[in-house]
Design a protein around this ligand. Structure first.
Ligand SMILES: NC(=O)c1ccc[n+]([C@@H]2O[C@H](COP(=O)([O-])OP(=O)(O)OC[C@H]3O[C@@H](n4cnc5c(N)ncnc54)[C@H](OP(=O)(O)O)[C@@H]3O)[C@@H](O)[C@H]2O)c1
Length: 236
């Protein structure tokens, strides 16, 4: 059994479930966060929290801090995976929903990086799950694009700070067969014209299994060294 601890957000479905499953299989201890429950058995602790509410930070600090203090971990991973694909043309966005999406998609991931850097005594490796939407515009996805762009550059900035033994990957998982993909196919095409492309991807059987990005994410968490900040897209 290895002495590796990971915090993974969004473990109740999709890529987060696949990442937690793979890490546990490889002997990691995992603390997972999502609103719904997720059960993976031994070495998994679930925190059923809403990450769009910044007040849950106290609970995370207490629980994850306690887990960090349990033993001399040889490495600590953070996978900032949970997100919401808030869509709609900008004039239709509700300000409270918009603000909550930024807490979930950008502010909490940045804060979680800081928490791990502050509390972990071991080397820290972070994967920020990004998106093509972080680097190119999609009409109807201004909120999601802005939040993912913020996470991408936020991660690069954190890596440029002076924390020792820190490596950060900004990872684009491709078009993955998950609940979030399903919701992109069912959005109104008036609100999100790109929905046509995602429906076509689905019809052509081009969605990838969550296991594919999970394998890349786990490989990075288990690797040694490398650049302090790297970017990667799932190879087609
Ligand atoms: N699927 C794709 O094609 C694709 C493409 C590019 C990027 N991504 C990125 O991949 C990541 C994972 O998405 P996915 O495709 O695996 O989607 P998913 O199956 O919908 O999973 C999203 C996860 O985030 C959690 N989550 C959502 N809102 C939350 C909240 N307020 N508080 C706590 N947890 C919350 C969900 O859990 P609860 O609902 O239980 O809270 C769920 O576990 C996201 O960052 C997404 O932007 C996905």
């Amino acid at each position: 059994m290895s002495d590796k601890l990971a915090l993974v957000t969004g473990t109740s479905s999709g890529i987060g479930t696949a990442v937690a499953t793979e890490l546990l299989k490889r002997g990691w201890t995992v603390v997972g966060i999502a609103r719904r429950q997720a059960k993976f058995g031994e070495r998994y602790q679930h925190l059923a929290l809403d990450l769009s509410d910044a007040s849950v930070a106290k609970k995370i600090e207490k629980e994850f801090g306690a887990k960090l203090g349990e033993r001399a971990w040889e490495r600590v991973g953070v996978v900032n995976n949970a997100a919401v694909g808030l869509s709609g043309r900008v004039q239709s966005l509700d300000v409270d929903e918009l603000a909550r999406s930024f807490v979930l998609n950008t502010a909490m991931p940045l804060w979680l990086m800081g928490l791990a850097i502050k509390k972990a005594k071991a080397p820290v490796r972070v994967v920020n799950v990004s998106s093509g939407a972080a680097v190119r515009p999609f009409p109807g996805l201004a909120a999601y694009c802005a939040a993912k762009a913020g996470l991408h550059l936020g991660g690069a900035s954190v890596a440029a700070e002076d924390a020792p033994n820190l490596h950060i990957l900004s990872y684009q998982p491709g078009v993955v067969d998950t609940e979030m993909q399903l919701s992109t196919r069912t959005k109104s095409l008036d609100d999100f014209p790109w929905g046509t492309t995602f429906r076509q991807y689905h019809a052509e059987g081009r969605l990838v299994s969550p296991d594919r990005p999970a394998a890349d994410i786990v490989q990075f968490l288990e690797a040694d060294g490398g650049e302090r900040f790297t970017e990667k897209r799932l190879a087609a």
